[in-house]
Design a protein around this ligand. Structure first.
Ligand code: ZN
Length: 649
């Protein structure tokens, strides 16, 4: 039996949405193309060519460069799955280029299934000796994800054969020859995907082995104490390795005060005992996604309890209001409860994407709307800010305040975020609906058509949505037999009105409206009231003390210097401030802007003075102009902030 990653596959959904379609089209027309060019420019494809020809040396890029090619193959495969005449006007077409890269990857694979061009070209004798840093299993995981997407899109087994040969090789090596876990999780969730398309239990067993060994395994500690005996040094000697500078910096992440510390790779304790999100946040999200998959397959209640604990810890103590996670730069990850600095926030775009992967799995296991709510928050804010509005520049780091010197860049030496964003945009359709236990769930309000089966019953659904600017949604449903349809009431909505062909059902709390109906083309109209809200952070969050953030519907707003005459830090937004909204179709491809009543200090009487007695007449009234956070840094460079002073606090 073959099952897709989620209950509704990419090809079952066609998105046609005023807000999201331009992003998705740019992703297809600009980002995926640009990424392909980068594969050649960065030397990623040349690495495969050289490996295929049995050459030695001459490796380009970071040691995990292969993963860029795999992520491109995955994103391109989703585009092929959607089949929107993907090759129109291009020479060579997308399918042809995918075929060429697949051939190249297949040609580079060794006879025993091994595939990693860094080791093949640079350290052929050092395979599987440096699990904590050298990312063979990480790259292999992306190979498998690409192969599953490619197989599901095209029905061709060319890349799937490469992936299964690789997985079989890993299955031969682990644990008999090498008993250890990778320093960067990714292979685990990939092996579950591979199991789901091949029905081969051994891939699921292998995923379970890697998950269960983490935190019990002392191989990571052993490696860090025996650096002379493991691979990695040769990389330091390559021009891009900068004389071990990069390797030394990477090694340091596994140490705390000179002692080995596995928390960077979530290896400080067995997963089932963990209760706080630790270490590198992308690694953590990929691990938890895999664990949630395992729970879905094997029903391990102890692992499930760990997932619930970790989610609570992350969402109530360690997450930005944008859904971004991982505040610290050095470890690219989590620190302590309530440590959420704004200007120095890390909040990597990949971590937001990883959180979406994890939450979709949590949602499909429980249908608890809190997970879909978090996906919505992360999609519109922490994720979307990562991509420029022309689709060619990317944030790796997503601060919530800037003095004006943080800008998106075209590509990165470590190019993880752009291709990760591309594969999420390309597969966004898979996040809009779920079919769980005979019921259909509308998880996200994005204009689209859905054609799928729910427990064997064919269902067709058409959705139009005015989100995020207006809370009006219309859904038309046709089904062969009655299928309950559940409509999420977003967390930000205090009052929702639902009508089916004119008859009104009112609901005013968060959760779902469940409609049982003989669906014969009836139209469900939803109206979500979108009040602008001022938010406070928990008092323990030092950076947000005495501050408010502004939210409207699913969007977090920010102030940018380009819209405000006075420096942003002058403004104070009182609780209860009037906020007016204005939709400007010309600005930033069309956004609803907000104008909040605010005060700023008077500037009179300061000549030649640095201090003076405080008086009540020190401030004067003004307004603070706000735009959606995702849209910042798309105009004239300048300061930005999400959390605004609120002196009445
Ligand atoms: Zn990244």
């Amino acid at each position: 039996m073959e099952r897709s990653q989620y209950s509704v596959s990419v090809d079952a959904v066609e998105i046609d949405d005023d807000f999201w379609s331009p992003w998705i089209d740019r992703n297809r027309e600009v980002t995926v193309e640009y990424q392909y060019e980068q594969l050649e420019e960065s030397g990623a494809l040349e690495n495969f060519r050289r490996a295929a020809e049995g050459e030695e040396g001459g490796f380009s890029g970071m040691w995990f460069q292969d993963s860029d090619a795999y992520k491109w193959l995955e994103a391109a495969s989703y585009e092929l799955a959607k089949g929107e005449d993907a090759d129109a006007g291009e020479d060579p077409g997308l399918h042809e280029r995918v075929d060429e890269v697949v051939e190249l990857v297949a040609a580079a694979q060794e006879a025993d299934g091994y595939l990693n061009t860094y080791f093949q070209l640079v350290e052929p004798g050092g395979k599987w000796t440096n699990l904590h840093l050298m990312h063979e299993l990480y790259c292999g995981g992306h190979l498998i994800e690409a192969a599953v997407a490619h197989y599901e899109a095209t029905g061709e087994e060319s890349l799937l054969d490469v992936a299964t040969a690789f997985a079989d090789h890993v299955d031969d090596v682990f644990p008999e020859e090498v008993d250890g876990v990778p320093g960067h999780e990714e292979i685990e969730l990939a092996l579950v995907k591979l199991y789901r398309v091949t029905d081969e239990q051994r891939y699921l067993d292998l995923a379970e082995y890697f998950v269960d060994l983490r935190g019990h395994d002392d191989r990571l500690a052993w490696e860090t104490a025996h650096l002379d005996e493991i691979a990695g040094h040769e990389y330091g000697q390559l021009p891009q390795g900068r004389g071990d500078e990069i390797m030394d910096a990477a090694q340091n992440l596994f140490f705390d005060d000179g002692e080995y510390d596995g928390s960077y790779a979530q290896a400080h304790a067995p997963v089932r005992e963990q209760s706080s999100t630790e270490g590198h946040s992308v690694r953590a999200m990929y691990l938890y996604a895999a664990v949630t998959d395992l729970v879905a397959e094997r029903g391990d209640e102890e692992l499930w309890a760990a997932m619930e604990r970790l989610w609570e810890n992350m969402t109530t103590r360690r997450m930005y209001v944008t859904g971004g996670i991982g505040p610290e730069h050095a470890h690219e990850g989590f620190t302590e409860d309530y440590d959420l600095p704004n200007e120095t926030a890390y909040a990597e775009t990949c971590a937001a994407i990883g959180s979406i992967f994890w939450n979709q799995r949590l949602f499909e296991r429980t249908t608890d709307p809190k997970y879909a709510d978090l996906i919505e928050r992360t999609l519109y804010n922490g994720f979307l800010a990562g991509v420029s509005m022309d689709g060619t520049e990317f944030f790796y780091v997503n601060p919530l305040a800037s003095s004006g010197d943080h800008h998106r860049k075209g590509w990165f030496t470590c190019a993880c975020c752009p291709p990760n964003a591309a594969r999420l945009f390309a597969s966004l359709g898979a996040y809009l609906y779920s079919a769980v236990e005979g019921e259909l769930y509308v998880d996200q309000y994005v204009g689209s058509t859905l054609e799928t089966t729910v427990d064997g019953v064919e269902i067709e659904l058409t959705q139009s949505s005015a989100l995020p600017w207006d809370g009006s949604v219309e859904i038309t449903v046709e089904a062969e037999e009655p299928v309950p349809v559940n409509l999420r009431i977003p967390e930000w909505c205090d009052e929702a009105t639902v009508t089916v062909d004119g008859g009104e059902i009112r609901h005013d709390s968060a959760g779902y409206v469940r409609l049982e109906h003989d669906w014969d083309g009836e139209t469900v109209a939803l109206r979500f009231e979108q009040e602008t809200q001022l938010l406070r952070a928990h008092p323990a969050v030092e950076d947000d003390a005495g501050r408010v953030a502004v939210e409207r519907g699913p969007l977090v707003y920010c102030a940018e210097a380009v819209d405000n005459d006075r420096p942003l830090h002058h403004h104070s937004v009182p609780v209860g401030a009037d906020v007016t909204e204005n939709h400007d179709p010309e600005l930033l491809s069309g956004v609803t802007t907000l104008t909040a009543d605010a005060t700023v200090p008077t500037l009179e009487g300061w000549d030649e003075r640095l201090y003076r007695p405080a008086t009540e007449s020190d401030s004067t009234e003004t307004e603070l102009e706000l735009v959606p956070y995702y849209a910042w840094d798309n105009r004239e460079a300048g300061a930005m902030q999400v959390w605004h002073r609120s002196d009445s606090a």
